[in-house]
Ligand binder design. Structure first.
Ligand code: ADP
Ligand code: MG
Ligand code: MG
Ligand code: MG
Length: 417
């Protein structure tokens, strides 16, 4: 029942093939003929099965040697499952149990991960489209980002350990390549796989002719590729987060690799801002004014929790080679450490605004669109939501070193047309 080399699971073969695994027997019950298998199938890249047994339910996620959404014409290596597994265990260690699904089993040759079934969780993006105000997301995600980004860097790890980890994740080159092209380059010229909502043509032409914007996007790509400062999630949008009112879990870190801290935070805030701009498309008679205000509060609070936690870790866990306490606190100069913290946070702030702007552009102009806008059926209405988001993204990317506060950015989001 165990093939020697990779073989994709099916609903029919899964129980027989995984029957011998302790991890499944323990969670589902040992009689595999009683397991019921369903495919989730809303992801773009991989197979995800829900396996339900007499004792409980688990998720089995398996990579395919190609992009599921596109088919065998777009090969993608199975080893992304290895990076997803290694990122998940690091995120759990750094951000704490309950920040990601519990991991029960990993099979490298079969590129499969058995993990906790999150229920009654839903994908955060879906909840925000439905107008649900989740009370915990800002705090949970602000803490998740601060802890994973700080603790995965030379601020906390020993230099040797971090270099070994950097080498381990350096091989995730194909998934980085997707980000490098689809996020930073393709939206800014007529790339083949691009698409956009009809009616946006004049604005799209204006953005693609915008020299300052193209230079900013390439400067950010340069940072993304060259500034390997911490282990990133790499795909931290609202479709990679599952929620209830009481619980927040981050899933799907297959894009994990060493890059700039600001990338994860910028992508996350960009997705909140896009949810904000999309609300007008989901009103259907009910005003979304309070949902819009909620989303801006979430942005504000995520950044404020992030900063507070990052600062706390800076003061209490700065055990790596950077900004050593032997230069500052131990020499009676705690103010020096505070000055360095302000510098680091300030450059993170500027970079996250840039990454946020570019993320908004690629979701409206590139290949991978998001449901916030795509579920707005009326295309004219959709274009009216997307146009201000595009202008907002351009403003952030080009003016990121002149923007002072999250209040200023939220004010801009409210006023821009
Ligand atoms: P992909 O890499 O293909 O995008 P994801 O890891 O994002 O795959 O999973 C696809 C979908 O499967 C998610 O949107 C979610 O609906 C469901 N899913 C994934 N992991 C879990 C989990 N641990 N518990 C419940 N549902 C999950
Ligand atoms: Mg996903
Ligand atoms: Mg939790
Ligand atoms: Mg994925």
């Amino acid at each position: 029942t165990r093939p020697a080399s990779f073989e994709a699971l099916t609903i029919q073969t899964l129980p027989i093939r995984l029957a011998g695994l302790d991890a499944l027997a323990t969670h589902l019950g040992p009689d595999h003929s009683a397991w019921k298998v369903r495919e989730v199938g809303d992801g773009n890249l991989n197979l995800v099965f829900i396996v339900e047994g007499p004792k409980g339910t688990v998720i089995v996620k398996q990579a395919l040697p190609y992009v599921r959404l596109v088919g065998e014409g777009w090969p993608l290596p199975l080893k992304r499952s290895f990076f997803e597994y290694h990122a998940l265990i690091r995120q759990e260690a750094r951000a704490g149990k309950g920040s990601v699904p519990a991991i029960f089993h990993f099979d490298e040759a079969q590129a499969l991960i058995v993990m906790e079934y999150l229920s009654p969780h839903v994908i955060l993006r879906r909840a925000l489209i439905d107008g649900r105000e989740l009370p915990r997301i800002a705090t949970d995600l602000g803490l998740f980002c601060a802890r994973t980004l700080f603790r995965g860097s030379d601020l906390a790890m020993t230099a040797r350990e971090r270099k070994a980890d950097l080498a381990l994740f350096a091989d995730n080159a194909e998934l980085c390549d997707i980000t490098e092209n689809l996020v930073f380059t393709d939206p800014y010229f007529e790339a083949k796989l691009n698409r956009h909502t009809p009616g946006l043509e004049p604005l799209v032409a204006e953005l693609r002719a915008d020299r300052d914007l193209k230079v900013a996007a390439q400067r950010l790509k340069h940072l993304f590729a060259a500034n390997a400062e911490t282990l990133l999630h790499g795909d931290l949008h609202t479709g990679s987060i599952m929620v209830t009112d009481e619980d927040t879990r981050v899933i799907d870190p297959e894009f994990a690799f060493y890059g700039p801290m600001a990338f994860d935070v910028g992508m996350l805030l960009a997705n909140f801002w896009m949810a904000f701009f999309a609300q007008a498309g989901h009103e259907e008679g009910n005003s979304r004014a309070s949902m819009r205000a909620y989303l801006l509060r979430v942005v504000w609070q995520t950044w404020s929790v992030f900063r507070a936690e990052f600062s706390r870790l800076w003061r209490t866990e700065r055990t790596g080679m950077l900004y050593a306490t032997s230069l500052f606190e131990d020499r009676g100069d705690p103010l020096g450490a505070e000055q360095a913290l302000d510098e680091v946070l300030n450059s993170l702030w500027q970079d996250l605004l840039g990454f946020a702007g570019i993320e908004i552009h690629r979701r409206i102009l590139g290949l991978a669109h998001n449901a916030d806008f795509e579920t707005i059926e009326d295309k004219a209405l959709r274009a009216r939501c997307e146009a201000p988001a595009l202008r907002f993204g351009r403003y952030l990317a080009v003016n990121r070193d002149r923007i002072h506060s999250i209040e200023e950015v939220n004010g801009l989001a409210s006023r821009i047309e």
